[in-house]
Ligand binder design. Structure first.
Ligand SMILES: Nc1ncnc2c1ncn2[C@@H]1O[C@H](COP(=O)(O)OP(=O)(O)OP(=O)(O)O)[C@@H](O)[C@H]1O
Length: 693
């Protein structure tokens, strides 16, 4: 069995372990692990409990105004008594945060992991780091819906929907800088020089009655608070997928959207959902139903929007993004995923749950416990749907969508997003979506031209030394993400890099959730400039300043290659992806060449030679894993839509601004020659006509 299969199988096994009745809390042992978004939060008291108010007040949260006291004029800021928060010294929050991390004794006994974290694990620096941004997360605690208790504390981040009006929470500069960053920070983490080039990418929409896209945020019909939050996030121009999704979503249509990595798909589904939700409020009757249907004396959570994503880290990231755009609105976002304390997640849900981000296994668990009802879901999003199928989540997804109380496809809006859409996901779409619009920004499964792709021929035994050569030659001010195929290899390679004095960490499915988040945090903040990762970090993760992705091991599926290299070159920034190719990777050689050509990348002569050689072996394009047929790239026709439906209208949009895409100077700067024999296979160098496989 291949390494990939091993990894995938054990990942599947791990995911299966998260399914119904197998959560950590069911094992009888209560996990002490608290996920980042719930740390530094005091325990919840029952609604209406006076002592809870006392605790809240002393902690610094706001006391709620009863609904009758609230000014109900539309869009009037809701007084949040923010002074209570501002007056609290920051270090008191930090203390709470630290206490959440004092338990360092769960350090993984695995020797590699210990070594992998020797630079930072358990250190003061590490604990301290987790207190960064605590304020924003701490404030999540105080939130309790007005519809739960008129005496409960109000979360200063969120407003409410009352008497058919959207009542915004008051602006709070401290929360704002915590959510959106300071102007200085925003300057560092900004869109790249090629952001405007997104408009040059051809867009094709297929389906019936396709609405026109918006041209700018200002000229769109965005609800004012959403427009303000988008501006606070520093977004001045919508990306192509956002331009289309806002109107498609606003028209009540279902959508399957395929756009390149790093091109703003998260906003692509959050904006239309929040735009409609902010304007219309929750469905009539939901609040009463919420109160009437309870579990353990608590009202059931009834989200109006459900976003399913394949990994815990991605769910957490989507949740953090949604907190920005929900700021001051009536929509309370929350997140549930496996590997962390279910009790803490339930407490969070009890404080308000209008937009729920979830991994499928943990959500099924919550539904089975009677905590969540999907009865009022108006919007269903499947993010990275193809990956969820790969991970074996189809039974859970079908149970959630078809086997529970979620409205049928006719009564909800369903949106599917990914950078790759293999054929089997389109079959799932047939069951879940109605009369949908298929949107492709660029060719389905294509890579961004913002990423300079380099393929080096490197035999397995030379990989260590070539990796060191590359690391020596690149600017260490950026972050480098190194992908390997197996969890074991991730540990070994991380260890090797540490031994060579690189600030490295690793992330993979055998690490505890706490360790995974620590690794991610160390990488994100630059304390570790290198992260060795398995496929668990391949999808969706948006880590600013990743300037280099190295495929130490190439994946066996070309779609995985697309997602992996997409961790760099995001939001118009440029990046480099270097891949070590050898005879073990010949199954993806044709797909690789097509991708390189399409993205105007250099195709090494030796690679073309390998492709010719491989044809004789009945080689595939590296698609079709897990019994798939067709693959996302199919025929690799440039610009081809992969909407597999027939009899649908098509509306192609050429780039709104003309001009041929030019690679920037920094993007095209050459770093070739790291590899063995200048990147060429030995046999090809010595005898161009001879076979080398
Ligand atoms: N309109 C915009 N203006 C400026 N920055 C944006 C805009 N939309 C998104 N971004 C930024 O671009 C980055 C990538 O966005 P996002 O993570 O949504 O990409 P994606 O298409 O979902 O990528 P992937 O396919 O890897 O999941 C994020 O840092 C996000 O904040």
């Amino acid at each position: 069995m291949s390494n990939t299969s091993n990894d995938a199988n054990s990942l599947n096994q791990k995911m299966a372990d998260l399914s119904v009745n197998k959560s950590s809390s069911n094992s009888g042992k209560k996990s002490s692990y608290i996920p980042p978004h719930l740390r530094a939060q005091p325990p919840t008291a029952p609604a209406g409990d006076d002592s809870s108010m006392a605790r809240t007040a002393s902690w610094g949260g706001n006391l709620v105004q009863s609904q009758s006291q609230v000014s109900l004029s539309t869009n009037q800021p809701l007084s949040s008594g923010a002074s209570g928060i501002n007056s609290k010294p920051r270090d008191q929050y930090s203390n709470r945060g630290q206490s959440g991390y004092q338990d360092n004794n769960t350090r993984n006994s695995n020797n590699y992991n210990n070594r992998g974290y020797r630079d930072n694990n358990g250190s003061f620096e590490n604990r301290d780091n987790f207190n960064d941004n605590r304020f924003s997360r701490t404030t999540t605690w105080a939130g309790r819906r007005d519809d739960r208790s008129s005496r409960a504390p109000r979360n200063p981040i969120y407003g409410l929907w009352a008497n058919g009006k959207h009542v915004y929470a008051e602006k709070n500069p401290r929360i704002e800088s915590s959510l959106f960053g300071t102007p200085e920070q925003n300057e560092v983490v900004s869109t790249g020089i090629n952001f405007e080039k997104y408009d040059d990418i051809p867009v094709e929409a297929t389906g019936n009655d396709i609405p026109n896209p918006i041209t700018s945020f200002e000229e769109s019909d965005l609800e004012p608070l959403l427009a303000q939050n988008i501006a606070l996030a520093g977004y001045t121009t919508p990306t192509p997928v956002q331009k289309w999704s806002v109107t498609i979503g606003g028209a009540g249509r279902d959508m399957m959207a395929c756009a390149q990595t790093g091109s703003g798909k998260t906003g692509g589904f959050l904006f239309p959902i929040l735009n409609v939700a902010f304007k219309n409020g929750p469905a009539p009757g939901r609040e009463l139903d919420t109160k009437n249907r309870s579990y353990g004396g608590r009202p059931k959570a009834m989200p109006i929007a459900l976003i399913l994503s394949p990994t815990r880290e991605l769910s957490s990231q989507i949740f953090e993004e949604s907190r920005k755009f929900c700021y001051r609105s009536w929509v309370h976002p929350c997140v549930v995923y496996g590997g962390s304390d279910i009790g803490a997640q339930i407490s969070q849900i009890n404080r308000g749950c209008d937009l729920l981000v979830a991994t499928p296994g943990r959500l099924v668990d919550m539904i089975d416990r009677g905590i969540i009802s999907l009865k009022y879901v108006q919007f269903l999003v499947l993010d990275e749907a193809d990956r969820m199928l790969d991970m074996g989540f189809e039974p859970q997804i079908r149970k959630i969508v078809e086997g529970e109380d979620m409205p049928g496809s006719a009564d909800r809006q369903t949106l599917m997003f990914s950078a790759t859409f293999p054929k089997d996901i389109q079959h799932l779409a047939r069951d879940f979506l109605k009369d949908y619009i298929f949107l492709s920004v660029g060719r389905v499964g294509s890579t961004s031209e913002n990423i300079t792709q380099k393929i080096e021929y490197v035999e397995d035994e030379d990989k260590y030394s070539v990796l060191l050569d590359i690391l020596k030659s690149i600017d260490q001010s950026g972050l480098t993400l190194v992908f390997v195929e197996t969890k074991r290899m991730a540990d070994i390679l991380n260890n090797f890099l540490l031994d060579n004095n690189y600030k490295s960490t690793s992330i993979h499915g055998d690490r505890t959730q706490r360790d995974r988040e620590r690794a991610l945090d160390a990488f994100r903040t630059g304390r570790c400039t290198i992260m060795v990762a398995t496929a668990v970090a391949a999808r969706g993760l948006d880590i600013p300043n990743v300037t280099h992705v190295i495929n130490y091991d190439l994946p066996s599926d070309i779609d995985d290659y697309v997602h992996r290299i997409g961790r760099t070159g995001r939001a118009g920034n440029v990046g480099i992806a270097t891949s070590f190719f050898n005879r073990n990777n010949k199954n993806i050689v044709r797909g690789l060449i097509d991708l390189l050509k399409e993205a105007n990348q250099e195709v090494p002569n030796w690679l073309t030679f390998v492709a010719r050689e491989s044809q004789g072996f009945g080689n595939s394009r590296g698609r079709g894993r897990g019994g798939r047929s067709g693959g996302s790239g199919g025929g690799y026709g440039h610009g081809a839509s992969k909407d597999y439906r027939t009899n649908v209208q098509s509306s192609s949009r050429q780039p709104q601004k003309g001009g041929q895409y030019q690679k920037s100077q920094s993007n095209s700067s050459s770093q070739s020659g790291f590899g063995f024999n200048n990147g060429a296979p030995p046999a090809f160098e010595s005898s161009s006509g001879s076979s080398w496989f």
